[in-house]
Design a protein around this ligand. Structure first.
Ligand SMILES: [Zn+2]
Length: 291
């Protein structure tokens, strides 16, 4: 099973943080168009998790993606992390996002991914909130330790039916590779840029479950400086000393040149599909979530 996903947020984040400009939005438009054209060329459908703010401030972007028959999923309303919100805050954020996206595309939204894979053991109630909002597929679990969270005890490296409080949904966790007993991500974001193509190819061929995830900012070329303390706090919801900001800047920069070509080579090679095209009957394992 090869799943391709994108998280669509850059336009709205730039606008809300005060650095948006027509030139920047056009740069994002061009990158998105290249991706959509590449997917058409290969007749591949993907899932695009969009911010609720995108549906309100840049509805044409969401409509272009939906118009090319890709699945529109929800990526929260304004990219706050689920594990930094209270349950009522998360409920309001999810309601706003799902409503805005459904109004924009005129269809029910059934798939969700939390920013920064921020659903884990400490906030299992987030799944209840997603179920309340009609979500039946989630892709928010990073089943290993991670900066700012992760869900190391999750116990599944492939799709699994979650059940809790009378609802069921399918979880599509991030794919993990394992080397010398250490598990790590390799199929999206900075991990994808860092890992050699040969390693990604080997894992994709041998793992049976390959879930890729990209933000445009993961693959667009161009230098990224060290963030100011205030931008870091806005982006990550906590204060960052110089070392933390420098490490984050390195992770954000490494492998950036050539990342788009590397992603296109992957799309050329792998028969990907979207979350909504996975036959649910093919998933047998069930995990009960308990606090
Ligand atoms: Zn995101």
């Amino acid at each position: 099973m090869n799943i391709l996903t994108f998280d669509i947020e850059e336009w709205a984040i730039a606008k809300s943080r005060g650095y948006g400009s027509a030139a920047l939005y056009q740069k994002y438009d061009r990158c998105l168009k290249q991706i959509l054209d590449k997917l058409d060329e290969r007749s591949i459908k993907a899932t695009f998790f969009c911010l609720g703010m995108m549906a309100e401030d840049f509805p044409e972007v969401v409509k272009i993606i939906s118009g090319r028959e890709h699945e529109i999923g929800c990526h929260s309303y304004k990219h706050l992390w689920a594990n930094k919100m209270t349950e009522p805050e998360f409920r309001e954020d999810t309601r706003l996002a799902v409503t805005a996206l459904e109004q924009c595309i005129g269809e029910k939204v059934l798939s969700y991914r939390a920013p920064a894979f921020s659903i884990g053991e400490s906030n299992l109630w987030a799944f209840d909130v997603l179920a309340e909002n009609g979500i039946t597929r989630d892709a928010s679990v990073f089943p290993a330790p991670r900066d700012f969270g992760g869900f190391p005890s999750f116990g599944y490296d492939g799709p699994v039916i979650l059940e809790r409080n009378g609802w069921r949904m399918v979880e599509f966790p991030v794919s993990m590779a394992s080397v010398f007993g250490r598990r790590f991500a390799y199929s999206g974001g900075g991990y994808f840029r860092l890992m050699p193509e040969s390693f990604i190819k080997y894992e994709q061929k041998n793992s049976g479950y390959f879930m890729c995830y990209f933000h445009l900012n993961d693959i667009l070329p161009g230098p990224r400086g060290v963030m100011s303390p205030s931008s870091y706090e806005k982006a990550y919801g906590e204060s960052g000393n110089w070392m933390k900001r420098a490490v984050r800047s390195f992770k954000n920069q490494v492998g950036r040149e050539g990342a788009l070509a590397k992603m296109f080579a992957l799309i050329d090679r792998v028969d990907f599909s979207s979350l909504d095209s996975v036959p649910i009957g093919s998933i047998q394992e069930v995990k009960s979530l308990k606090d």
